[in-house]
Every structure is written in structure tokens, then in C-alpha cells.
Design a protein around this ligand. Sequence first.
Ligand code: XIL
Length: 340
Amino acid sequence: VSLKESFADNFLIGAAVNDALISLKDSLGANLIKKEYNTITPENSMKWMYMEPQQGVFEFETADRYIDFSTKNNIAFIGHNLVWHSQLAEWVEKITSAEELNASLKNHVQTIAARYTGKIHGWDVVNEALNEDGTLRNSLFLEKLGPDYLVNSFKWAEEADPKAELYYNDYNMTHVEKRKGAIELVKMLQKEGVKIDGIGMQAHWGLEDPTLEQIETSILAYADLGIKVMMTELDITVLPNPWDLEGAEVSQNFEGSEQMNPYSDQLPDSVATQLAKRYKDIFELFVKHSDKISRVTFWGINDGHSWLNNWPIEKRTNYPLLFDRSYQPKAAYHSVLEIK
Ligand code: XIL
């Protein structure tokens, strides 16, 4: 059995992948992708700074390799992402005229979406456009182009690749204010008549937060918009977040402190059990709503390459995924499979 076989009737099961895996420098990892997952998302390589590092100069090589790998292995490919304020190329940030920014955005979206027409299952067209209070994030794009940049990005993506599903993707999507904002954003796009197929809840979660109830309410609220709901970047941190600690003013103060990296040698059994239970609970909920959920993607495959070893504080030892640092399945893997 594998994850993808176990949940075949429910939703796609995916992972974010990085270059070593696809270049076959990491054959254990590549084999595991083929065995366990039926969809992949590139963790970094298709972000703006890598795809168009200089104005009008596109680097397709890595993305091409990913897409070949997924086509050959019958794996649904998720493009991540076309429009985001982060990991943007420096030249974009230096643009001062609205006209030039709009033309650059259009060229970026159209060129990339057009190149991979027919090969992409879905695009994260816009990533993280919302503030925590549900208002639109004051990115360069909003500042210079207004909310039109959202509508236009979806339009351009649809024109270039009419068959790809198009998504809005963000984090903290279980928070009340942000959820309201995301719903408004989708309704605005729908009102403008642009195609939006789904909403991605990144699902960077903790052992207790968000609650199952918050997750469920959110799934139902997004599904009510008549679009697909996806968990697009699932991982469960077992480490404290600096902003949750009392008296935490500057996260940097905690860097390297034992308090912030309590399991640097090994994860205690009690926490491994808690993690397994947490994964089981959320997967039970996903299965319960699998008529609404089309995909569950983990943000990484094994604990060793999770970004959570370096975020929000660098150089910690985190254990957020289903496979350990040697690609062995953890208790959490087995507990997820037990559901079925
Ligand atoms: C992260 C990657 O995992 C890191 O390797 C990189 O340094 C920063 O970006 N939301 C997203 C992802 O949409 O693209 C981010 O990925 C994690 C948060």
C-alpha cells in the first residue's frame, strides 16, 4: 500500500519536491515520489526569481525537467506560482511605473503558462495576496496596479492555458478574518467572470492549532463558493513558534536557544505519538469531506529537507512530515494509512 493508493477514492496526494529529487541525485527520494504520490509541486524552482531572473530572460530548464518527470510518471503537476510578492526577482522590485509593471506581470504570466499548456494540472496563479485582517496585502502589485492585478493574472493564465485549473493559495486560511478576505477575493474574481477553480489552504499547522473545528468550518466555507478546496503545503511543526511564547518580542532573541530547539537529538516518543494522532485526526476530517477536497499536498517528503528546520528560526531540528531523515515511514505515516 501507499498513500496515493489508499486515498485514491478521496483526493490526490502530493508532495513539494526540490531539484535534487528530480535530477535523480536523490534516487531514494525519486522512487518514493513514484510510489507514494500522484501529484508534485516544485518547492522553489518555479518562483519568479528563478523563472525570470532578468527582465524578459526566462530560465525553463529546471521546470522542464520537473514537468518531464511528472509526465513520464503520470504525476499531476502543480505550478507554484505565477504571482507572489516573495521570492520575486530584484528587477521587478525596482520597477517604478505602473505601466511597465503591468506589462512585466502580463509577460511573466503569459509566457510561463503558455510554455506548459496542456502539461499542468493546476496553477497557483496568485499566492498570499491577503493580510491577516483579510484586506489585500500592500504588495508592489497592489500598490501600483490595484486589485485589477488579481483579475488580470487569472485572465492571462486562462488565456495562455485554458485547461489548467487555476487557484488562489494562502496561509492561515482557517483564521476568521483572513477567511472572510479570501472568500471576498474569490467572489470578486467570480463576479468579474474570471475562471477560478480552487482555493489552496497552505496548511502549515501545529500540533493543536488550528483546531479540527476551525479546519472543518473553513473547508465548508470555501466549498460553498462552488470551487475545489485543497491542502497545498501541509506540514505540522512540533517546535514552538516564537510569537506564541510569552514575552517574545523579537524572534531573533531565541535563535539557537535550547528552548526553541528542544528535540535537536531526537523526537521523544510522546511527541511522535502526538504527531501521529494529529495527522490521523486531520486526515479523518479530510476523508469526511473528500467530496470537497481535491488534493492534499505535503510541503516536502522527509523531515530532513523540510523548510521548517529553517523557519521561522534558522537551524532547528523539526519533524513535521511523514518520513524521517532516512526516508523511513514514521508513526504518523502508519496512522494516516490506518484510517483506510
Ligand atoms: C518556502 C520553501 O519551502 C523554502 O525552501 C524557501 O526558502 C521559502 O519558501 N508559502 C509558500 C511556499 O507558498 O512557496 C513557501 O516555500 C512556504 C510558505
